[in-house]
Design a protein around this ligand. Structure first.
Ligand SMILES: *Cc1c(COP(=O)(O)O)cnc(C)c1O
Length: 360
């Protein structure tokens, strides 16, 4: 192929690297923050009686039922809810909708979800990484100090640290943050003990809260994400969506998501289980000499001082356990470990006890 066929724009892209999804060997998979428990039983039940006939028709481009169900869950109006094919798609629409390169860089934390810089490159948006504090927490004050910028995005709880800001801190920040710029809060992990800012969207018309069914609702394969915000922000997202693909969320996904939302007690049960397992794994690892950051997500970020994260990753992988490590300066010694079932985490701890990680 003649390389000229590929546009300079496409040539310049550096895509996001998702965690491995090995198809060959069976691993204990603690690397992509999937939920170890199955989706709500109502999802399986719906699938078992699903009639393929309805797939003849396009899905609802305004997500009527699902929008109403989410609005009811959060005590909001349907006009304050947007849906996307995973929250990644919503983030992509939001970056396009609300960040203007003429305003300066998009701000986000030094260590955070690595899709943010990818979207910036895709849309030709400059960005600036704001350092974390020494304890890896987000310093909001620093975002107020950057005079010209295009807006900001933070994950709360943050990834890959798992650390979280309280709503009261975020609200105090929003009170002072400029009204003419957007603040996107990515709440992919908030259901595992964090505090949602969903209720603040009425007060702050420049706040967009983004959320997903992938983690706390065990539906990563369904690809359903949603955003909560001022109706005008939401309408802007619809305009962008309808300029790209009007039917992003398929029929089945919309219906299964509605069914899954009905089962609140199952949702509460699995997220509590994950939080309980998280706290026991954290304390067992601390007792073994690991540094474990305080997590309010379904993963923990931990290090064995003096040992490269890559080495820990490799040794575990050789032994059938997948975790994730990042070669970014400042966090090279850390690995991110998704919380699995109790049985999986017992195997993981046994493996840590049996392996000899040679220190530098
Ligand atoms: C997993 C994740 C998402 C994306 O989730 P989708 O599967 O696209 O809904 C978004 N933000 C963060 C911080 C995540 O970890």
């Amino acid at each position: 192929m003649n390389p000229e066929i590929v546009s300079p724009r496409a040539r310049a892209l550096t895509p996001y690297t998702p965690g491995e999804q090995p198809q060959n060997r069976k691993y204990i998979k603690l690397n992509t923050n999937e939920n170890p428990y199955p989706p709500a039983p109502a999802a399986a039940e719906l699938l078992s009686r699903y009639s393929a006939e309805s797939l003849r028709l396009y899905p609802d481009p305004r997500f009527g039922e699902l929008r109403a169900a989410l609005a009811a869950w959060y005590g909001l109006d349907p006009e304050e809810v947007f849906l996307g094919n995973g929250s990644d798609e919503i983030l992509s629409f939001a970056f396009y909708s609300f960040f203007d390169p003429a305003h300066g860089p998009v701000l986000f934390p030094q260590h955070t979800y690595s899709f943010y810089p990818v979207f910036c490159t895709f849309y030709d948006l400059p960005f600036r990484r704001i350092p974390l504090r020494d304890d890896f927490s987000v310093e909001l004050e620093d975002y107020l100090d950057v005079r010209s910028h295009a807006g900001m995005v933070i994950a709360n709880p943050n990834a890959p640290t798992g650390m979280s800001l309280d709503r009261i801190e975020l609200e105090a920040f929003l009170k002072r943050y400029r009204q003419d710029r957007i603040c996107i809060i990515d709440e992919a992990y908030v259901d595992f003990g964090g505090e949602s800012c969903a209720e603040l969207i009425r007060e702050y018309s420049n706040l967009l809260v983004v959320h997903t069914f992938s983690k706390s609702r065990s539906l990563a394969g369904l690809r359903v994400g949603f955003a909560l915000g001022n109706p005008q922000l939401i309408e802007t997202l619809f305009t962008v969506k309808d300029s790209f693909n009007s039917y992003p969320l398929n029929r089945l996904s919309q219906e299964i998501a509605v069914a899954a939302l009905q089962d609140r007690s199952y949702f509460d049960d699995i997220r509590r289980r994950i939080m309980t397992t998280r706290s026991s794994v954290s304390s067992r690892m601390s007792a073994m000499g690991w540094t474990v950051l305080p997590s309010r997500a379904n993963f923990i970020f931990a290090s064995l001082p003096g040992v490269e994260g890559e080495r820990i990753y490799t040794r575990l992988k050789e032994n059938g356990i997948l975790v994730r490590h990042f070669k970014h300066p400042g966090i090279e010694e850390y690995v991110r470990i998704t919380i699995g079932t109790d049985g999986e985490m017992d195997r993981f701890i046994e493996m840590l006890q049996s392996l000899d990680f040679v220190r530098r």
